[in-house]
Design a protein around this ligand. Structure first.
Ligand SMILES: [Zn+2]
Length: 134
């Protein structure tokens, strides 16, 4: 079992990240980390240009999770003893993170969340609530 703290520990300071990070991953304390990892695997799998994603946990900016950092999680999970039932299989993610966009015309804020119970505001346009992308 991974925890949000494991994710936080692997997040890097923005300055060490090379490559684009268009999306922000917003997690709250209820996030199921195994599902998040599967969802991130899908996110990185969809586009090879995606090298990192910005991580915000409970409103606090943590840093960036990189594609390489995520693969380390998947490898660790595969080596775990007795975890076969919840194996994280790269390539065929069954769980997807929910994609949000800012409704403000021309705004490029994009987020991934695990739940739509409490949609966050756009980090650029304070007070404008993010919307679920089709
Ligand atoms: Zn915006």
């Amino acid at each position: 079992m991974f925890t949000i703290d494991d994710l936080k520990a692997r997040a890097q300071a923005p300055k060490v990240v090379v490559g684009n990070a268009d999306f922000t991953l917003m997690l709250d304390s209820n996030a199921v980390v195994e599902e998040v990892i599967i969802g991130l695997s899908a996110y990185f799998g969809e586009d090879n240009e995606r090298q990192a994603i910005r991580l915000i946990v409970q409103g606090k900016e943590i840093g960036y999770l990189t594609r390489t950092g995520l693969y380390e999680f998947i490898e660790l999970a595969e080596r775990g003893i007795g975890d076969a039932d919840n194996a994280l299989l790269p390539g065929r993610p069954a769980y997807r993170l929910i994609e949000l966009h800012c409704p403000f015309q021309g705004c490029e804020s994009r987020m991934l969340v695990t739940s739509v119970d409490n949609l966050p505001a756009c980090p650029v346009h304070a007070g404008v609530r993010m919307e679920i992308s089709p």
